[in-house]
Design a protein. Structure first.
Length: 329
């Protein structure tokens, strides 16, 4: 073999060299932190502009947001108390000493910087917290908030999770999202290069979306060069407009085999360096309407691995690098 042929030989990503078929979150966290790290979910008492009337009322079709109404935003414990409580519960189940504080329900950048900073800093001050994850909407990151996030990213590992859901505006309208894909593109462009990880949430199986539509979202996610993605199928929980639509037969939820087939096709189109933080949805069983197969998370995972093996395929197998050559944020 010539030296030029040797130089052109593709380098396997570490997760493939380890025998995996996609770049999962646990592999990433073990690489980054040298051991197990768990997320602790925190409720900082935020509401959401899609609930309080700033953008819309009623919230997204699938979101059980009644508890996000401003009058009910009274978190049961402060940030430190929630962390201590969550860490105690996780340590009971796992052998783990390090944690990521995950600001999860509602829109966790929806407040002035003067309110956001002490909340994030209180979480970071916990001796067992090694990073932050902050879930938000693409239309809720003004420049001063991004400046704050950039500053935090100089001190710690920080992942900012944007609810993208889909790139198709008609689907965003269906879900009463209150923004279109251009808001997502703008938020990601403005977040890039600020030192924090950019993660996007995506839903497969939205009503009216064809298989080709879902794969168009995968290609766009790749083009946007996010650092990470969370994927799940559309599922319905009680007390939501979606639950009513499912019960009236107006919306059909994907079966497990259909979802797994779409998910594998989706993974094939993602860049190999994008962390796949989640591949299925979950909700407490007593809130859940369907599809019931979602409740068997180990079964979903086994079905995904079986399909990846059967097709002898992996994340990024069909990915075409962006011509811009731009690196992730
Ligand atoms: S899904 Fe997110 S953006 Fe939509 S209503 Fe719920 S909290 Fe707000």
């Amino acid at each position: 073999m010539t030296s030029s042929a040797l130089a052109a030989a593709p380098v396997l990503p570490a997760w493939r060299a380890a025998g995996l078929r996609y770049f999962g979150l646990n592999f990433f966290l073990r690489q980054k932190f040298g051991g197990r790290v768990q997320k602790v979910s925190l409720d900082a008492g935020f509401t959401c502009p899609n609930v309080d009337g700033s953008v819309a009322v009623g919230g997204c079709t699938f979101c059980d947001n009644r508890s996000f109404s401003p009058s009910r935003r009274l978190p049961r414990l402060g940030i430190r108390g929630q962390l201590d409580d969550g860490i105690r519960r996780l340590k009971w189940r796992y052998d783990v000493e390090r944690f990521i504080a995950y600001f999860q329900p509602a829109t966790n950048t929806y407040a002035p910087v003067e309110r956001l900073r002490p909340l994030y800093e209180e979480a970071l001050a916990h001796p067992q917290v090694v990073g932050l994850a902050i879930g938000t909407r693409p239309d809720c990151v003004p420049d001063d908030v991004l400046d704050l996030l950039e500053q935090l990213a100089t001190q710690t590992y920080l992942s900012v999770e944007y609810g993208i859901q889909t790139i198709h505006d008609r689907s965003l309208d269906w879900m009463n999202r209150g923004h279109h894909h251009d808001a997502t593109q703008g938020a990601i462009e403005r977040s890039r290069g600020r030192g924090f990880e950019i993660c996007g949430h995506v839903i497969l199986g939205l009503p009216g979306e064809s298989h080709a539509d879902m794969l168009a979202t995968a290609r766009e996610i790749g083009r946007l060069q996010l650092n990470a993605v969370k994927i799940h199928n559309l599922y319905a929980v009680k007390r939501t407009p979606l639950a009513d639509q499912v019960e009236r037969g107006e919306v059909t939820l994907l079966g497990r085999d259909e979802y797994i087939a779409a998910l594998v096709d989706f993974l094939e189109l993602l860049p190999p360096e994008m962390i796949v933080e989640r591949i299925s949805g979950d909700a407490p069983p007593d809130y859940f309407i369907g599809p019931t197969w979602c409740l068997d998370k180990p079964g979903v995972l086994r079905a995904l691995h079986a399909e990846l093996d059967r097709r002898d395929t992996w994340q990024g197998k069909l990915h075409t690098p962006s011509p811009s050559g731009r690196g992730p944020g």
